[in-house]
Design a protein around this ligand. Structure first.
Ligand SMILES: Nc1ncnc2c1ncn2[C@@H]1O[C@H](COP(=O)(O)OP(=O)(O)O)[C@@H](O)[C@H]1O
Ligand SMILES: [Mg+2]
Length: 374
């Protein structure tokens, strides 16, 4: 029998539009002889759309218009452990004809890649692709992720971390500390975001206050980091307990750094090179080893894209971040890295679904009674 796969996409996030492109690409690549696929879109207010509306959202060049299409009806999952898991129409309080075997949360950034949706999926007792609550939450918080990686012996860029309430009380102290530790330029970024939103390069004291303020608009916690004059190298990971690492690719941003415009607006904003040129076999091994070690230390499952900085002068390697649901569009690094290693998109998704079921079954082995009566 065909497995029933639900692709969750869109979401309350600045990466809503990218998610739509990723979801469409995943929909196309899924083997329809093996899977019955339903698209469930989440609009920018967080409403789960009905399958028909979802299709409109997937095909829409203006996702905002679809969000305006209010039927009042909404789809959800219930935190309920039954044999037949169904999507529920909340308004009709009845099940839709869409039973679920596996969910692929094709959601990027906050509310999708940060453990929140993963919590709902755990409670609903449906196998899902990718990391669980802990791995997703850890990788979303750049401060927490770095602490774990440092503990595992993975090289990270030196950083300071501050809370918004401290900034409001004494911004000068913060600026003094950053200046003393890193000099100029340095980077500031929100702890829990992505897509380079709120990432600023601070070149002198005059612009420090205004750029720190800007970054603090997006989060209550920010990181200040030493600026590395670096090549940006990315590695794709696939697996659960014994994950595989792909070859590495390189991003060459055209501007000063890989900012929001370069990622999504300017078509020529960045160049993708696969494989990354002039990487020694020793360096490749290091990228792959650090990437798998980070994946395991951060309790990731299924997939992740691990991003590095390779210092152009010293050759030092720093692990910058781990993305637990990386972009999956036809031009995204994650699927392209596997393609270059001989794995088609369709095979990649078969494997991800297998891994989701494996992880689900592994967890089911846990005893839930204190006294085992068997
Ligand atoms: N410490 C740093 N040194 C040099 N460039 C940086 C540094 N931190 C961030 N950048 C630049 O900003 C981009 C976005 O920062 P990143 O930490 O990856 O956040 P995001 O999660 O938004 O992608 C990076 O791809 C890189 O171009
Ligand atoms: Mg990044």
């Amino acid at each position: 029998m065909k497995k029933r796969v639900v692709i969750l996409f869109g979401g309350k996030s600045v990466e809503h539009e990218v998610s739509i492109i990723s979801a469409t690409s995943i929909y196309r690549a899924l083997d329809k002889t093996k899977f019955d696929v339903t698209l469930i879109g989440i609009d920018k207010r967080g409403k789960w759309l009905l399958p028909d509306e979802s299709k409109q959202l997937a095909g829409s060049s203006n996702p905002k218009l679809v969000s305006l299409n209010k039927t009042g009806e909404q789809v959800s999952l219930l935190p309920y452990d039954s044999e037949n898991k169904n999507l529920i129409s909340l308004k009709l309080n009845s099940t839709l004809n869409n039973q679920v075997d596996i969910i692929i949360p094709v959601l990027h950034g906050p509310n999708g890649e940060d453990g929140t949706i993963q919590g709902l999926l755990e409670l609903s007792n449906v196998p899902f692709v990718g990391s669980g609550v802990l791995g997703s939450a850890l990788c979303m918080d750049k401060d927490m992720a770095k602490r774990i990686m440092r503990d595992a012996g993975i090289p990270i860029v030196p950083y300071l971390c501050y809370k918004r309430n401290e900034f409001k009380i004494n911004s000068n102290k913060m600026i003094d500390e950053a200046e003393k530790k890193f000099g100029y330029p340095y980077f500031v970024k929100p702890a829990n975001l992505g897509s380079s939103v709120g990432v600023e390069k601070i070149k002198n004291r005059d612009e420090a206050l205004i750029k720190l303020k800007k970054s603090f608009q997006f989060d209550t916690k920010i990181l200040i980091e030493k600026a590395i004059d670096a090549r940006e190298i990315e590695c794709a990971i696939l697996g659960n307990n014994d994950p595989a690492a792909s070859i590495v690719g390189e991003i060459i941003p055209q501007g000063e750094f890989y900012n929001y415009e370069a990622k999504y607006i300017d078509e020529n904003g960045a160049e993708l090179l696969i494989p990354a040129p002039n990487i020694t076999s020793d360096q490749l091994k290091k990228f792959q080893n650090y990437a798998t070690l980070a994946f395991k230390s951060l309790e990731c499952f299924g997939l992740a894209r691990v991003d590095f900085f390779l210092d152009k002068i010293s050759g030092e390697i720093f692990l910058n971040e781990v993305n637990t649901f990386p972009g999956f569009t036809p031009i995204s690094m994650y699927p392209k890295l596997w393609e270059a290693s001989g794995v088609t998109n369709s095979e990649l998704l078969n494997k991800l679904i297998e891994l989701a079921i494996e992880k689900f079954n592994e967890k089911k082995e846990n005893q839930i009674d204190y006294f085992d009566n068997e």
